[in-house]
Design a protein. Sequence first.
Length: 725
Amino acid sequence: MTKKRKNAAKESGDSISSKRLLRVFSQNDKPLTITEILNALGLSKGKKAKKPVKQALYELMDQGKLIKTGRAYGLTERMSLVKGVLEVHRSGIAFVIPEDKRRKDIFVRSSHQGDAWHGDKVMAAVTRERRGKNPEGRVVRILERGLAALPAVVQRKLGGGMVLARPADPKLDFNLMLKAEKGQSLPAVGQIALAAPGERLEERLWEASLLDVLGQEEDVSVQERLVKLNHQIPTEFPAEALAQAENLPQEPTEQDFEGRADLRGVGFVTIDGAKARDFDDAVCVERTGDGYRLHVAIADVSHYVPEGSPLDVEAFTRANSYYFPQSVEPMFPPRLSNGLCSLNPQVNRLAVAASMDFSASGEMRASSFAKAVIKSNARLTYSQVHRALHLNDQDERLKLKPVLPMLEIAEELARALNRRRKDRGSIDFDLPEPEIMFNIVGETVDIRPKARNFAHQIIEEFMIAANEAVAEHLENLGLPCMYRIHPAPDIEKLESLFELLSHTELGPKVPKEPSPKALQELIRASEDTDMEFLVSRLLLRSMKQAQYHPVNEGHFGLASESYCHFTSPIRRYADLMVHRILKRDLGDGRYALPRPKRMEEAAGHLSRTERTAMEAEREILKRLTCLLLRERVGQTFTGVISSLSDFGFFVELAEVMADGLVRLSRMHDDYYAFLPKEQILLGSHTGRVLKLGQKVQVVLEDVNLSRLEIDLAPAQERPGKPPAA
């Protein structure tokens, strides 16, 4: 509420309830002026009578229920106005994402965004409905700023105790005239400052006051901090949550073991990355007469975090842990995540266990679940298991001798599960994940594909099996479940790909129905052909994003009829919800079944925060890529074309895991046209064709950290340059 509105509220004597005022508007078929509102309420037109009415009007406008249009006020719902959040793309176009999920996103041109910024909560007026497309609109009011403090890069000094700065988020396309207050030191050019924006001075210029100086732009920790600020990622736990965590015991007690299955005799081990600090899943596989029994034990976080407690409220707000190259913002304080709820070796830990019986071919025959106490036998890394099982490293096998027989059985089961999952049509794109390499002083020195081996696959197969078993169990009982759903692909994008492939050697393999199995077979048919890159990339782009939902709609990518997240309650709140429901089924009366409305609201929140985590992860990767490549401008790289558009093409570099843009304006040998159906760029004079997966040589021309852009040019435009080292 603005200062003016607060004063109006303070000075008013008698109050007018919001409900009473809303009734007045609902009984009229047009917007109302102050005079008309007073008449409808039977009040005089004096100053004293107006004050409480204005107070109620201000409150309703702040809530987004009323909007002012000229001298009159009207009901938002009757004026084609929509409340939502403005999402601005780096290209400048934007959409208002409505709070009412039944409505389509509203397209907003840059000229119709007004003073609103990316992330602001706004009211938008729908100006044009478009058949088959998103409606078009304009922002008519800012309800709440998305960010009250902006990280900004200092561009230059202005004199008079001021500097010119630009928001570090490339979606905020304006400048700040940043002023230091008395006693504050002005940040230097190239430093990142934290600014509190004030009034707008010109179209793309705002005044701002200095809050803090984060540090030098090239500092990785500074880049991580500004990304967290850009995405409003929590970095401090509330005092109440920390106090609750500190009051927890160091170890579970005998009293905690009551009513639990004692599985301390089961040969559990944890297998994680070498740098992992929390271990929330442990596994053990036993051979049965004609098959296998898989035990998956997951840390029982819910035992220590009562629903509605400070720790629980903060965990729900965060919804997941946020991972960065040099830091992590965990969902729970380290007292839980690295201690009491980490399945460290040779200590008693509380767990929720899933036990599953499989045939020799990997078909699940039965499953059971229990609250348990376990003791992990060993903390293993993926590299250790890979060296012992697949490289037959004798030294490593000797080190792992006590658990090696179990690991060999585990590999057998994992391979059977993997074969069975592929047979049903589960789609694996097998795209490499980037790993950022730092030197001893924390500078980025390389970005390379993260090493993967079948040891990773063992754990992935076991976690998928446990997640499916829990989802099927809760569904069969008719209990609530926070499902992990993955909708079918975008049919228009698939049809475009099928049309393109129908004129190639893969034409006979184009499926009539886009089932997971049919798409997987198409990927297999393209392997080791010129079409492999095109098929995998265009199929990937047709896929929709997985999300959380209380109604089971299946998981297309895994070809799974029933799937949920159960295996990581220390870093995903959805898993914590599933644990509580499962424990209620196991007879623990401390857990109430969530109501449908609560499940629906939680699903939306969890899906949104997951997207935030993904966007933050992509942004910090892009920032560190820019920092790395700034020192290599002018060098020549090899790569493959990864994406095409009417303004240029993107190239994935081979020497470093990064991509950049070759603009058509940098192509001097011809005029090129983009043919979307054929997915090529075609030279009008030379007939030269540029297509997905094509190998090219490019020169790194420019790196713009403020816009997160890497500009490339064809290598033939800069002859004689040596390839990058």
